[in-house]
Write a protein that binds this ligand. Sequence first.
Ligand code: ADP
Ligand code: MN
Ligand code: MN
Ligand code: MN
Length: 360
Amino acid sequence: MPYQAEYIWVDGHQPTPMLRSKTKILDNSVKTPPIWGFDGSSTEQATGDRSDCMLLPVFSCPDPLRGGKNILVLCEVRLAQTGEPHPTNTRAKCAETAKKYSAHQMIFGIEQEYTMMRTNGRPYGFPETEGEPGPQGPYYCGVGAGRVMGREIIEEHTWACIEAGLMIEGTNAEVMPGQWEFQIGAADALTVSDHLMVGRWLLERIAEDHDVVISLAAKPQKGDWNGAGAHTNFSTKAMRSSYEAIEAACESLSKRVDLHVKNYGHDIESRLTGKHETAPYNKFSYGVSNRGASVRIPWQVARDRKGYAEDRRPNANCDPYVVTQLLLDAVCSNEKTPVKAKSTAKKPAGKKATKKAKKK
Ligand code: ADP
Ligand code: MN
Ligand code: MN
Ligand code: MN
């Protein structure tokens, strides 16, 4: 029997790109999803006269919604004429940088926050037509009616991620009512970003069935309400064994503040104000346990003198390929390249020598 492959890609919408998908029916005998295409003039990725864009499958997993043999297929957008990355394709550059610095073994964990909205544009945790709920306080990790909204969507989404085989690590209700988080990681830049993209698609697709809109807006509600971020936790091999390397990484980030903030998602200035557990976007700081710093070093990391750091600045609407690429480049270009794990010493001659030694 034929099966369905849902091809997913990132479009060219500005200021924040959106996810798109369409379905291809594959014959039972087809094992790997083939290259496909779409009309780029309808996704802000091409003009009408040269409208064809190429979909190059880069990651696929079981489709937990359709079940059976059906799959989800995440794609890079490529130029139909040459096969080169499309200008909106940020994954290709991330892949290049990740390869360049592979010896540093950098891994990431991303905390994706988001806000549920009604189709009338009001937050899902707010009364349907007017007014605001009680102030922030009881909602974060809350339980009980009136404190927690939308849990049925969270449950469905979490199971879907698990069944798809994504590296989902946990979920929690956030500070503003109807605002939630899921975490993906820890893995290399491409894996964490691919899984996050499929996780975002599943979330929007599931919420659609509940007539709920998922907003990744940095500041979905003006006033005394938290914004939504995508804290990006990161470590290199060196950071996982030395506190000095963690401090050095923070220092490296302090030298590229403008570049990073400019590329961490649309409307970041509205979110990184210095209030609501953020640091001002134009003032870089790092500190142990400090949720008011740009970069936080978790207390256990300071205690153990090794581990990772958390860049708290990326927005919920950030592009994970861009964020991980920038972190890779900033941290690894200033870190000593680790020596390869003694590959020369493991040559057959060496092995023979140890064998002989053992026989003795
Ligand atoms: P928070 O206290 O900031 O809410 P979370 O529990 O939501 O923290 O997320 C912690 C994140 O840190 C996870 O995504 C996890 O993968 C990531 N993480 C843990 N250890 C490492 C590490 N060594 N390198 C990179 N990321 C890590
Ligand atoms: Mn978190
Ligand atoms: Mn959070
Ligand atoms: Mn965090």
